[in-house]
Design a protein around this ligand. Sequence first.
Ligand SMILES: O=c1nc[nH]c2c1ncn2[C@H]1C[C@H](O)[C@@H](COP(=O)(O)OP(=O)(O)OP(=O)(O)O)O1
Ligand SMILES: [Mg+2]
Length: 196
Amino acid sequence: MKKIVIATKNKGKIAEFKQFFSKNNVEVVSLLDLEDAPDIEETGKTFEENAALKAEEISRRFNIAVLSDDSGLIIDALDGRPGIFSARYAGEPTDDKANIRKVLGELSEVPEAERTARFICVLAIAVPDKETVFYQGYCKGTIGHTEIGENGFGYDPIFIPDGYTQTMAELPPEEKNKISHRKNAISQLEKGLYSK
Ligand SMILES: O=c1nc[nH]c2c1ncn2[C@H]1C[C@H](O)[C@@H](COP(=O)(O)OP(=O)(O)OP(=O)(O)O)O1
Ligand SMILES: [Mg+2]
């Protein structure tokens, strides 16, 4: 079976990548499976820089091709925050529930029409001695008033995708994986790889 190494420790992302790649019969290997995988500091100023840091560090260290995912939530009423700080918005160590509380608190006075947001996913592919390439995907929606739903991860319980009345965390995983920023980035990646 073919393998793909993904430079992430996020179990939610790993589950989604497993679902995406299962249709190609590709086994997903993550940093949780590698011994001595480092914690990579995300010191970049953009999603691209952080995605590159993660993919290139693991690619160099193990001399293999690596995919990484840097993603986050961009809220219009918060001037794009939490953005690249999505994972550590309420401080470190990362706490999804605390991040959600902080966002809902900051939006408490913001009316319905101004609660627009989007998820972004930037994928980087690093190959030893090659230039890193990037693919991007978005998913637009609005931010709800309370957390609802048990599926997914991160900000899913407060994100209502456009065209839906439920939060992303209420959708079955197969449904999220048809419309998500991650799915849209994977589609760009497939287009990019197969058109060359
Ligand atoms: O589909 C999603 N549904 C809900 N929330 C999401 C999603 N996708 C990203 N997010 C949030 C979670 C985290 O707060 C941040 C990603 O931060 P990000 O640094 O890319 O990932 P991470 O630190 O969790 O794992 P890692 O860096 O090991 O890949 O955006
Ligand atoms: Mg991270």
